[in-house]
Design a protein around this ligand. Structure first.
Ligand code: NOJ
Length: 573
C-alpha cells in the first residue's frame, strides 16, 4: 500500500513537473510580437556581386554596399539580407564556401564588414546574413581533409562506395543534382563517391556528424558576435539524406531530360524529418544572445505543411514563395484568393505571414508578371498582413537582361546546355543595380562588369525614377510607409473578389479608415462596385495606383463605380 501511495505521489510530482516543463517550452516557443522588430516591415535582399562596386573591378563589394545604405534606409526597409559574402571560388557565386567565418577578398574584409554593420545600425537598419549550411566548397579545407580521411573531417561529407555493375563503376544510386546530372562525384583519392545536391564544387555536409554541426553553430556565433541580427538559411530541406540511400522514384512524362532533377520525386533527399531537429539546435544558438531578438528566415520550396513546420522549430519567416510558382501571370483572381486564404489560414497563431516577391533565383517580378503588373506583388505584400521581402532592383522595376549561352555564367544555366540554358539560368535577374545613367549604370567605374549591365539603364535607373512624378520607386516607398500603419499591422484581413476578375483585399480596424487593394485580372478595362461587394465607404482616396493606370493618386473616387483599366491596381484609403 505504502508503495502504491508513494508511487502515486511520485507520479503526481512527475506530471506536475512535466506540465511545468511543457509550459516553459511552450512559453519560450510562443512568439512575442513586441520583440519581433521585423513584424509588418519590408526586408531588402542585396545580391552583393551586383549592388555597388567601390573599387572599379566590375564586381560589387562591401564598401560599395556601405556607400549605398542610405537607399535602403530611404525606402524604409527594416533590414537588409546579404546573399553570401564569404570566401568562395564562386562556382555558385558565393553559395560555395571555403571559409564560413571570413569575407571573400572580392567583397573586402572583416573590417569593411564591421563598417557596414556600424553604418547600417546608425541608419536604423538590421543586418541579416545568408547561412549556407547544406554544403561547402570542394576547396574548403574540411573537404581536403575529408578526402584524406583525417579525423574528424572524414565524416563531414556524404561518402559512399561505388556500385559495380557488370564490372564498371557506377554512382551509388540515381540521385540527381539540382544543376543537372548525377548528384555523385567520384573522388579518385578516397576511392569513393561524394554527394552534391548542387554543383560538384558544392559537396553536401553530413549532419549525422555532430561535430560538423558544432562547426556550423560556431559560424553562427562568429557573425552574431559581429553584430548581425539573424540569418536567411539556404536550402534547408536539403540538409539530410535518408541513410538507406535508395533510388528516388521517377516522375512519369515530365518532358525533361533524364539528367534533370525535376524527373525525380525527392523523397529521400528533401524534407527529411531530422532537418527540423537541426534547425532547433541553431535556434538555441540565436536565443542564447541577449538584446535585439535574432531572426531566422528559411528558404524551402516545399508544401504548405512542411513550410508551416519550420515555425514550430524556430524559423520566424519560412519563406512564402507562392508568387514564384504556384501563382504566376496566368493565374486567375480566384486562384490568387484561394492560395492566399489557404496560406493565411495555415499560419500558426501568433506567427507572422510573409510575402516574397522576388529573389536572385527567380526571374525579375517585372518580367515574370509583365510591366503593367510590375508593382502588383509589392502592393499585395504591403497590404496583406506580415513581412514583405523584396529583391534589390525590383523597387525600380528592373527587368531580366536576356543572355546568350556564351555570356552565361550560372552553373544552373551552363550545365543545362545551349538548348535549355535559358529556362534554368539565373543570370538575367542578377545583372548590376541601375543607379543612374552614367558609366555602367553608376554601378562601377569599369565599363566591363561581371555580368553585363542591362542596356535599358539609360532610362530605367534610380536617379531618373527619383525625378519622375510617379515611378516604381515612388510607388514602392509609399507601400513601405503604408505597411507601418496600425490598420495593416493589427487590422482584420478579408480577401474578396469583386465579380470574377477583380481581386480585392480589405484591411479594417475599429476607428480607422479601411485600406482597400483592388487588382484587375482582366486584360480589358473593368467596372468594379467595391462599395457593394466589399462593404467599404462610398468615397475613398487613391493612395497609390499602378503606372499607366491613369488613376490619379490623391483623387477621391466613388467606390460603387471604379473603372480599373486592364491589369491596373489601386490602393484606396
Ligand atoms: C539556394 C540559393 O538561393 C541558390 O542561389 C543556390 O544556388 C542554392 N541554394 C545552392 O546553395
Amino acid at each position: 500500500m505504502m508503495h502504491i501511495t508513494s508511487l502515486h505521489s511520485k507520479m503526481l510530482r512527475t506530471s506536475v513537473l512535466l506540465c511545468l516543463f511543457t509550459a516553459v517550452i511552450w512559453c519560450s516557443a510562443a512568439p512575442n510580437p513586441s520583440e519581433e522588430w521585423w513584424r509588418d516591415s519590408f526586408i531588402y535582399q542585396i545580391y552583393p556581386l551586383s549592388f555597388k562596386d567601390s573599387n572599379g573591378d566590375g564586381v560589387g563589394d562591401l564598401n560599395g554596399i556601405t556607400s549605398k545604405l542610405e537607399h535602403i534606409a530611404d525606402i524604409g526597409a527594416s533590414a537588409l539580407w546579404l546573399s553570401p559574402i564569404y570566401v568562395s571560388p564562386m562556382v555558385d557565386f558565393g553559395y560555395d564556401i571555403t571559409n564560413f567565418t571570413d569575407i571573400d577578398p572580392v567583397f573586402g574584409n572583416l573590417a569593411d564588414f564591421s563598417k557596414l554593420v556600424t553604418k547600417a545600425k546608425s541608419l536604423g537598419l538590421k543586418v541579416l546574413l545568408d547561412f549556407v549550411p547544406n554544403h561547402s566548397s570542394d576547396k574548403c579545407s574540411w573537404f581536403t581533409k575529408s578526402i584524406q580521411k583525417i579525423k574528424p573531417y572524414d565524416e563531414y561529407y556524404i561518402w559512399k562506395d561505388a556500385k559495380i555493375v557488370n564490372g564498371t563503376r557506377q554512382p551509388p544510386n540515381n540521385w540527381l543534382s539540382a544543376f543537372q546530372g548525377s548528384a555523385w562525384e567520384w573522388n579518385d583519392q578516397r576511392k569513393q563517391y561524394y554527394y552534391h545536391a548542387f554543383a560538384a564544387g558544392q559537396p553536401d555536409l553530413n549532419y549525422r556528424n555532430s561535430q560538423l554541426n558544432e562547426e556550423m553553430k560556431n559560424a553562427l556565433r562568429f557573425w552574431l558576435n559581429r553584430g548581425v541580427d539573424g540569418f536567411r538559411i539556404d536550402t534547408i530541406p536539403n540538409l539530410i539524406e535518408d541513410s538507406r540511400f535508395l533510388d528516388e522514384p521517377k516522375i512519369p512524362n515530365t518532358g525533361l531530360p533524364d539528367t534533370d532533377s525535376g524527373t525525380l520525386e525527392h523523397i529521400y533527399t528533401y524534407n527529411q524529418n531530422e532537418t527540423y531537429d537541426i534547425l532547433k539546435t541553431w535556434r538555441a544558438v540565436l536565443d542564447s544572445y541577449n538584446g535585439t531578438k535574432k531572426m531566422f528566415l528559411t528558404e524551402a520550396y516545399t508544401t504548405l505543411a512542411y513550410q508551416m513546420r519550420y515555425y514550430e522549430y524556430g524559423s520566424n519567416i519560412p519563406f512564402n514563395f507562392m508568387f514564384m510558382g504556384e501563382l504566376n501571370n496566368r493565374s486567375s483572381a480566384v486562384q490568387f484568393k484561394r492560395t492566399i486564404d489557404r496560406y493565411l489560414d495555415a499560419i500558426p497563431a501568433g506567427q507572422s505571414a510573409n510575402w516574397v516577391t522576388g529573389n536572385h533565383d527567380q526571374g525579375r517580378v517585372a518580367s515574370r508578371f509583365g510591366l503593367k503588373r510590375a508593382d502588383q506583388l509589392s502592393m499585395m505584400a504591403a497590404v496583406l498582413p506580415g513581412v514583405g521581402i523584396i529583391y534589390n532592383g525590383d523597387e525600380i522595376g528592373m527587368v531580366n537582361r536576356p543572355m546568350s549561352y556564351k555570356e552565361t555564367l550560372d552553373p544552373a544555366g551552363c550545365n543545362a546546355g545551349p538548348s535549355r540554358y535559358n529556362t534554368t539560368s539565373r543570370d538575367p535577374q542578377r545583372t548590376p543595380f541601375q543607379w543612374d545613367s552614367t558609366t555602367s549604370a553608376g554601378f562601377s567605374t569599369n565599363t566591363k562588369t561581371w555580368l553585363p549591365i542591362n542596356p535599358n539603364y539609360k532610362t530605367l535607373n534610380l536617379a531618373a525614377e527619383k525625378l519622375a512624378s510617379v515611378s516604381h520607386y515612388s510607388i514602392f516607398k509609399k507601400l513601405v510607409t503604408l505597411k507601418k500603419l496600425p490598420v495593416i499591422s493589427k487590422g482584420t484581413t478579408q480577401i474578396i473578389l469583386v465579380g470574377y476578375n477583380v481581386f480585392g483585399v480589405v484591411r479594417r480596424q475599429a476607428g480607422q479608415s479601411p485600406v482597400v487593394l483592388l487588382i484587375n485580372f482582366n486584360d480589358v478595362s473593368t467596372l468594379a462596385d467595391a462599395a457593394s461587394w466589399m462593404n467599404v465607404p462610398d468615397q475613398m482616396k487613391v493612395y497609390v495606383s499602378s503606372i499607366g493606370s491613369n488613376i490619379q493618386i490623391g483623387a477621391t473616387v466613388n467606390t460603387n463605380r471604379i473603372i480599373l483599366p486592364a491589369a491596373a491596381s489601386v490602393i484606396l484609403v
